[in-house]
Design a protein around this ligand. Structure first.
Ligand code: 5GP
Length: 234
């Protein structure tokens, strides 16, 4: 039986039924589908859901903050971390390196904190091998044309970068079959609601429950009562 983690929110006494390890939610999408905003917003809305901050060698975009959006590090530091096995997964995406810290991920999962990761499909597939019980979610825009328009409109990338991202999207979309949920981001609020619903539904699956709590609170009580009524009638 898996070791139970400790839920770190609310009053423990009320939450005994969900005492368990954290759930890993892995979200991938072509660049420009709105995945990062969705992941961050859902983590703001749902208690005990932590957005995982990755390491990257890419330069910060205007407004991005070290330690908030990413840990921005240089390639030497990144390679050093790879050698030290500090990343649970890492990948080269659009010419830059990205990686997820092994320690912070496993630490939080073991403490019962649910984690949402916004990573590319290469990283997601690496994690799928290690966390087969993870929840893999794919986000798509309503069409390729909309994706292209969104990338141009957000004005974050050069023309060449937009073409590179579109090409990568064409290649990546084939991986959609590896995911368990699909959120199509036609209308943002609706997509957010869908992602939030996935997070919450996965939490209340029977396999996530502390079955010992059901046994202790209901089943044992019931059998004691049955025993007692049996005694009374004999
Ligand atoms: P951006 O540079 O636009 O923030 O992200 C580019 C791509 O890298 C996105 O698909 C994003 O999901 C992915 N990414 C961000 N962090 C990680 C990570 O830690 N690992 C992997 N494999 N991909 C990541």
């Amino acid at each position: 039986m898996a070791t139970l983690g400790f839920i770190s929110f609310g009053r423990r006494g009320d939450l005994e039924h969900i005492e368990r390890k954290g759930i890993l939610y892995v979200v991938s999408a072509p660049s420009g589908a709105g995945k990062t905003t969705l992941c961050r917003d859902v983590a703001r809305r749902v208690k005990n859901l932590q957005y995982s901050i990755s390491h990257t060698t890419r330069q910060p975009r205007p407004g991005e903050v070290h330690g908030v959006d990413y840990y921005f590090i240089d390639e030497v530091t990144f390679q050093d971390k790879i050698e030290k096995n500090d990343f649970i997964e890492s990948a080269k995406v659009h010419g830059h390196f990205y990686g997820t810290s092994r320690e912070s991920l496993t630490d939080q999962i073991d403490r019962g904190v649910d984690i949402i990761l916004d990573i590319d499909t290469q990283g997601a597939m690496i994690l799928k091998k290690q966390y087969s019980e993870g929840v893999f979610i794919y986000v798509l825009p309503p069409s390729f044309e909309v994706l292209k328009q969104r990338l141009v409109d957000r004005g974050l990338d050069s023309k060449e970068e937009v073409s590179r991202r579109l090409q990568k999207a064409r290649e990546e979309i084939w991986n959609y079959r590896q995911y368990y949920y699909l959120v199509v981001n036609v209308e943002y609020d609706n997509a957010l609601k869908e992602l939030e619903s996935v997070v919450i539904s996965e939490r209340i699956k029977m396999r996530q429950m502390n079955l010992a709590w059901i046994e202790k609170t209901f089943i044992k009580q019931l059998s004691i009562k049955q025993d007692q009524s049996g005694d009374a009638s004999s």
